[in-house]
Design a binder for this molecule. Structure first.
Ligand code: NAD
Length: 264
Protein backbone atom coordinates (compact mmCIF):
# COMPACT_ATOMS: atom_id res chain seq x y z
CA UNK A 1 0.00 0.00 0.00
CA UNK A 2 1.20 3.48 -0.95
CA UNK A 3 0.59 6.87 0.62
CA UNK A 4 -0.60 9.00 -2.31
CA UNK A 5 -4.13 9.47 -0.88
CA UNK A 6 -3.24 9.33 2.82
CA UNK A 7 -5.50 11.68 4.81
CA UNK A 8 -7.83 12.29 1.84
CA UNK A 9 -11.56 11.58 1.94
CA UNK A 10 -13.97 11.43 -0.94
CA UNK A 11 -17.13 10.12 -2.54
CA UNK A 12 -17.43 7.43 -5.21
CA UNK A 13 -20.75 7.47 -7.12
CA UNK A 14 -21.70 4.73 -9.61
CA UNK A 15 -20.50 1.39 -8.27
CA UNK A 16 -23.07 -1.27 -9.24
CA UNK A 17 -20.92 -4.39 -8.72
CA UNK A 18 -17.31 -5.59 -8.81
CA UNK A 19 -17.16 -5.14 -12.60
CA UNK A 20 -17.95 -1.43 -12.38
CA UNK A 21 -15.33 1.09 -13.43
CA UNK A 22 -16.11 2.94 -10.18
CA UNK A 23 -15.04 -0.16 -8.26
CA UNK A 24 -11.69 -0.29 -10.12
CA UNK A 25 -11.16 3.35 -9.15
CA UNK A 26 -12.24 2.85 -5.52
CA UNK A 27 -9.80 -0.01 -5.01
CA UNK A 28 -6.84 2.02 -6.32
CA UNK A 29 -7.74 5.02 -4.14
CA UNK A 30 -8.18 2.85 -1.06
CA UNK A 31 -4.87 1.06 -1.63
CA UNK A 32 -3.18 4.48 -1.47
CA UNK A 33 -4.81 5.36 1.85
CA UNK A 34 -8.01 7.21 0.83
CA UNK A 35 -11.12 7.02 3.02
CA UNK A 36 -14.17 6.46 0.82
CA UNK A 37 -17.89 7.00 0.94
CA UNK A 38 -20.10 5.30 -1.67
CA UNK A 39 -23.54 5.93 -3.11
CA UNK A 40 -25.81 3.30 -4.65
CA UNK A 41 -28.91 3.53 -6.84
CA UNK A 42 -31.81 1.68 -5.21
CA UNK A 43 -31.95 -1.22 -2.76
CA UNK A 44 -31.05 -3.97 -5.25
CA UNK A 45 -27.72 -2.30 -6.07
CA UNK A 46 -27.33 -1.41 -2.38
CA UNK A 47 -27.21 -5.11 -1.47
CA UNK A 48 -24.38 -5.67 -3.97
CA UNK A 49 -22.41 -2.56 -3.08
CA UNK A 50 -22.59 -3.02 0.72
CA UNK A 51 -20.03 -5.86 0.93
CA UNK A 52 -17.73 -4.00 -1.48
CA UNK A 53 -17.88 -0.83 0.60
CA UNK A 54 -17.24 -2.88 3.75
CA UNK A 55 -14.24 -4.53 2.11
CA UNK A 56 -12.62 -1.09 1.77
CA UNK A 57 -13.72 -0.01 5.25
CA UNK A 58 -15.97 2.75 3.90
CA UNK A 59 -17.73 4.55 6.76
CA UNK A 60 -20.63 5.74 4.55
CA UNK A 61 -22.90 4.03 2.06
CA UNK A 62 -25.73 6.31 0.99
CA UNK A 63 -28.64 5.90 -1.43
CA UNK A 64 -28.69 8.31 -4.37
CA UNK A 65 -30.74 8.50 -7.53
CA UNK A 66 -29.41 11.41 -9.57
CA UNK A 67 -32.77 11.90 -11.29
CA UNK A 68 -33.92 13.28 -7.93
CA UNK A 69 -32.16 16.50 -6.81
CA UNK A 70 -33.31 16.01 -3.20
CA UNK A 71 -31.48 12.69 -3.10
CA UNK A 72 -28.25 14.37 -4.29
CA UNK A 73 -28.70 17.15 -1.72
CA UNK A 74 -29.11 14.57 1.06
CA UNK A 75 -25.83 12.85 0.17
CA UNK A 76 -23.71 16.00 0.26
CA UNK A 77 -25.48 17.28 3.36
CA UNK A 78 -24.69 14.00 5.14
CA UNK A 79 -21.04 14.18 4.06
CA UNK A 80 -20.80 17.80 5.21
CA UNK A 81 -22.30 16.94 8.58
CA UNK A 82 -20.14 13.86 9.17
CA UNK A 83 -16.84 14.86 7.64
CA UNK A 84 -17.00 18.65 7.39
CA UNK A 85 -15.37 18.44 3.98
CA UNK A 86 -14.17 16.17 1.19
CA UNK A 87 -11.09 16.10 -1.04
CA UNK A 88 -12.38 14.31 -4.14
CA UNK A 89 -15.43 13.18 -6.09
CA UNK A 90 -15.74 10.27 -8.54
CA UNK A 91 -18.79 10.39 -10.84
CA UNK A 92 -19.09 7.08 -12.72
CA UNK A 93 -22.77 7.27 -13.66
CA UNK A 94 -24.45 6.84 -17.02
CA UNK A 95 -27.78 5.63 -18.36
CA UNK A 96 -29.88 5.52 -21.52
CA UNK A 97 -32.77 3.30 -22.57
CA UNK A 98 -31.13 0.31 -24.23
CA UNK A 99 -33.86 0.28 -26.88
CA UNK A 100 -32.28 3.47 -28.18
CA UNK A 101 -28.68 2.22 -27.99
CA UNK A 102 -29.21 0.50 -31.33
CA UNK A 103 -30.39 1.53 -34.76
CA UNK A 104 -30.37 5.14 -35.91
CA UNK A 105 -29.45 8.07 -33.64
CA UNK A 106 -32.06 10.04 -35.55
CA UNK A 107 -34.79 7.90 -33.96
CA UNK A 108 -33.95 9.01 -30.38
CA UNK A 109 -37.13 9.97 -28.55
CA UNK A 110 -37.51 13.32 -26.81
CA UNK A 111 -38.23 11.55 -23.52
CA UNK A 112 -35.10 9.38 -23.60
CA UNK A 113 -32.95 12.23 -24.90
CA UNK A 114 -33.87 14.30 -21.85
CA UNK A 115 -33.50 11.40 -19.40
CA UNK A 116 -30.11 10.42 -20.82
CA UNK A 117 -28.92 14.04 -20.59
CA UNK A 118 -30.09 14.44 -16.99
CA UNK A 119 -28.52 11.22 -15.72
CA UNK A 120 -25.40 10.99 -17.88
CA UNK A 121 -24.51 14.66 -18.27
CA UNK A 122 -26.29 17.12 -15.97
CA UNK A 123 -25.87 14.98 -12.83
CA UNK A 124 -22.11 15.62 -12.90
CA UNK A 125 -22.68 19.39 -12.87
CA UNK A 126 -25.22 19.07 -10.06
CA UNK A 127 -22.92 16.88 -7.95
CA UNK A 128 -19.94 19.14 -8.65
CA UNK A 129 -21.95 22.16 -7.45
CA UNK A 130 -22.76 20.33 -4.20
CA UNK A 131 -19.24 18.96 -3.73
CA UNK A 132 -17.30 22.18 -4.38
CA UNK A 133 -18.30 24.00 -1.14
CA UNK A 134 -17.10 20.92 0.79
CA UNK A 135 -13.65 21.15 -0.84
CA UNK A 136 -12.45 24.01 1.32
CA UNK A 137 -8.79 23.07 0.99
CA UNK A 138 -9.01 22.50 -2.78
CA UNK A 139 -9.90 19.18 -4.36
CA UNK A 140 -10.31 17.07 -7.46
CA UNK A 141 -13.29 15.67 -9.37
CA UNK A 142 -13.49 13.19 -12.21
CA UNK A 143 -16.19 11.78 -14.43
CA UNK A 144 -16.19 8.95 -16.97
CA UNK A 145 -16.71 9.49 -20.68
CA UNK A 146 -16.35 7.61 -23.94
CA UNK A 147 -14.94 8.50 -27.38
CA UNK A 148 -18.43 8.18 -28.88
CA UNK A 149 -18.62 11.87 -27.86
CA UNK A 150 -16.28 12.97 -30.62
CA UNK A 151 -16.50 10.20 -33.21
CA UNK A 152 -19.22 7.88 -34.43
CA UNK A 153 -19.45 4.53 -32.62
CA UNK A 154 -22.19 2.22 -33.89
CA UNK A 155 -25.24 2.18 -31.58
CA UNK A 156 -23.78 4.60 -29.02
CA UNK A 157 -26.22 7.20 -30.36
CA UNK A 158 -27.73 9.52 -27.72
CA UNK A 159 -25.07 8.50 -25.18
CA UNK A 160 -22.47 10.01 -27.53
CA UNK A 161 -24.39 13.29 -27.50
CA UNK A 162 -24.65 13.18 -23.68
CA UNK A 163 -20.92 12.44 -23.36
CA UNK A 164 -20.11 15.41 -25.65
CA UNK A 165 -22.11 17.59 -23.23
CA UNK A 166 -20.39 15.95 -20.27
CA UNK A 167 -16.93 16.71 -21.70
CA UNK A 168 -17.90 20.34 -22.32
CA UNK A 169 -19.18 20.46 -18.71
CA UNK A 170 -15.76 19.29 -17.50
CA UNK A 171 -14.13 22.27 -19.18
CA UNK A 172 -16.66 24.80 -17.86
CA UNK A 173 -16.52 23.35 -14.33
CA UNK A 174 -12.71 23.39 -14.45
CA UNK A 175 -12.90 27.09 -15.28
CA UNK A 176 -15.54 27.80 -12.59
CA UNK A 177 -13.69 26.04 -9.78
CA UNK A 178 -10.05 26.51 -10.80
CA UNK A 179 -9.71 29.69 -8.68
CA UNK A 180 -10.69 27.58 -5.64
CA UNK A 181 -7.94 25.06 -6.49
CA UNK A 182 -10.52 22.44 -7.41
CA UNK A 183 -9.51 20.45 -10.48
CA UNK A 184 -12.07 18.83 -12.81
CA UNK A 185 -11.11 16.15 -15.33
CA UNK A 186 -12.58 13.20 -17.23
CA UNK A 187 -11.30 9.78 -18.16
CA UNK A 188 -12.36 8.55 -21.57
CA UNK A 189 -12.21 4.80 -21.10
CA UNK A 190 -12.11 2.22 -23.86
CA UNK A 191 -14.93 -0.35 -23.92
CA UNK A 192 -15.10 -2.59 -20.84
CA UNK A 193 -17.63 -5.32 -20.06
CA UNK A 194 -19.88 -3.82 -17.39
CA UNK A 195 -23.62 -3.63 -16.78
CA UNK A 196 -23.85 -0.25 -18.55
CA UNK A 197 -21.55 -1.41 -21.37
CA UNK A 198 -23.75 -4.46 -22.01
CA UNK A 199 -26.72 -2.17 -22.73
CA UNK A 200 -25.14 -1.04 -26.01
CA UNK A 201 -26.11 -3.23 -28.97
CA UNK A 202 -23.21 -5.30 -30.40
CA UNK A 203 -20.90 -4.22 -27.56
CA UNK A 204 -18.98 -7.50 -27.89
CA UNK A 205 -18.06 -6.64 -31.48
CA UNK A 206 -16.93 -3.17 -30.36
CA UNK A 207 -14.65 -4.79 -27.78
CA UNK A 208 -13.10 -7.22 -30.19
CA UNK A 209 -12.63 -4.49 -32.86
CA UNK A 210 -10.71 -2.38 -30.35
CA UNK A 211 -8.73 -5.42 -29.28
CA UNK A 212 -7.59 -5.98 -32.87
CA UNK A 213 -7.09 -2.37 -33.92
CA UNK A 214 -5.73 -0.35 -30.99
CA UNK A 215 -1.96 0.28 -30.79
CA UNK A 216 -1.71 -1.94 -27.69
CA UNK A 217 -3.83 -4.67 -29.40
CA UNK A 218 -6.02 -5.15 -26.31
CA UNK A 219 -8.82 -3.61 -24.31
CA UNK A 220 -8.32 -1.94 -20.94
CA UNK A 221 -9.22 -3.12 -17.43
CA UNK A 222 -11.02 -1.35 -14.58
CA UNK A 223 -7.70 -1.59 -12.72
CA UNK A 224 -5.98 0.46 -15.46
CA UNK A 225 -8.74 3.08 -15.41
CA UNK A 226 -8.32 3.09 -11.60
CA UNK A 227 -4.61 3.86 -11.98
CA UNK A 228 -5.30 6.88 -14.16
CA UNK A 229 -8.05 8.04 -11.78
CA UNK A 230 -5.56 7.84 -8.93
CA UNK A 231 -3.23 10.13 -10.87
CA UNK A 232 -6.03 12.62 -11.62
CA UNK A 233 -7.33 12.66 -8.03
CA UNK A 234 -3.97 12.80 -6.28
CA UNK A 235 -1.42 15.58 -6.04
CA UNK A 236 0.57 13.91 -8.83
CA UNK A 237 -1.64 15.79 -11.30
CA UNK A 238 -1.76 19.08 -9.35
CA UNK A 239 -1.22 21.10 -12.55
CA UNK A 240 -3.87 19.30 -14.62
CA UNK A 241 -7.48 20.45 -15.05
CA UNK A 242 -10.15 20.50 -17.76
CA UNK A 243 -8.56 17.46 -19.39
CA UNK A 244 -10.16 14.50 -21.20
CA UNK A 245 -7.65 11.74 -20.53
CA UNK A 246 -7.93 8.66 -22.75
CA UNK A 247 -7.40 5.23 -21.21
CA UNK A 248 -8.20 3.12 -24.25
CA UNK A 249 -5.04 1.27 -25.37
CA UNK A 250 -4.45 4.23 -27.71
CA UNK A 251 -7.49 3.43 -29.88
CA UNK A 252 -8.48 7.12 -30.23
CA UNK A 253 -5.32 7.99 -32.20
CA UNK A 254 -6.02 5.42 -34.90
CA UNK A 255 -7.59 6.38 -38.21
CA UNK A 256 -6.85 3.24 -40.19
CA UNK A 257 -5.19 0.41 -38.28
CA UNK A 258 -1.65 -0.48 -39.43
CA UNK A 259 -2.08 -4.05 -40.59
CA UNK A 260 0.75 -6.43 -39.68
CA UNK A 261 0.81 -7.92 -43.18
CA UNK A 262 1.39 -4.46 -44.71
CA UNK A 263 4.28 -3.49 -42.40
CA UNK A 264 7.62 -3.24 -44.29
P1 NAD B 1 -21.90 0.21 -14.40
O1 NAD B 1 -23.23 -0.28 -14.89
O2 NAD B 1 -21.12 -0.67 -13.53
O3 NAD B 1 -22.07 1.63 -13.71
C1 NAD B 1 -23.03 2.57 -14.11
C2 NAD B 1 -23.57 3.17 -12.84
O4 NAD B 1 -24.50 4.22 -13.12
C3 NAD B 1 -24.34 2.13 -11.98
O5 NAD B 1 -23.76 2.06 -10.70
C4 NAD B 1 -25.75 2.70 -11.91
O6 NAD B 1 -26.38 2.43 -10.68
C5 NAD B 1 -25.45 4.18 -12.09
N1 NAD B 1 -26.65 4.93 -12.44
C6 NAD B 1 -27.41 4.83 -13.57
N2 NAD B 1 -28.50 5.64 -13.44
C7 NAD B 1 -28.41 6.23 -12.22
C8 NAD B 1 -29.24 7.13 -11.50
N3 NAD B 1 -30.39 7.59 -12.00
N4 NAD B 1 -28.83 7.53 -10.27
C9 NAD B 1 -27.69 7.08 -9.72
N5 NAD B 1 -26.87 6.20 -10.35
C10 NAD B 1 -27.23 5.79 -11.58
O7 NAD B 1 -21.10 0.55 -15.74
P2 NAD B 1 -19.69 1.31 -15.97
O8 NAD B 1 -19.29 0.90 -17.33
O9 NAD B 1 -18.79 1.10 -14.83
O10 NAD B 1 -20.15 2.83 -16.06
C11 NAD B 1 -19.55 3.87 -15.30
C12 NAD B 1 -19.32 5.09 -16.19
O11 NAD B 1 -18.29 4.78 -17.13
C13 NAD B 1 -20.54 5.52 -17.01
O12 NAD B 1 -20.58 6.92 -17.08
C14 NAD B 1 -20.22 4.96 -18.39
O13 NAD B 1 -20.88 5.67 -19.43
C15 NAD B 1 -18.72 5.19 -18.41
N6 NAD B 1 -17.97 4.45 -19.43
C16 NAD B 1 -18.12 3.10 -19.57
C17 NAD B 1 -17.40 2.42 -20.54
C18 NAD B 1 -17.56 0.93 -20.73
O14 NAD B 1 -17.20 0.41 -21.80
N7 NAD B 1 -18.07 0.19 -19.75
C19 NAD B 1 -16.51 3.11 -21.37
C20 NAD B 1 -16.37 4.48 -21.19
C21 NAD B 1 -17.10 5.15 -20.23
Amino acid sequence: MGQLMQGKRGLVMGVANDHSIGWGIAQKLSAEGATLAFTYQGEAFGRRVKPLAEKLGAPFLLPCDVEDSASIDAVFEALGNEWGGIDFLVHAIGFSDKNELKGLYADTSRENFIRTMVISCYSFTECARKAAPLMTGGGAMITLTYAGSVRIMPNYNVMGVAKAGLEASVRYLASDYGPKNIRVNAISAGPIRTLAGAGIADSRQMLSYQQRNSPLRRTVTIDEVGGSALYLLSDLSSGVTGEIHYVDSGYHIVSMPVLEELRR
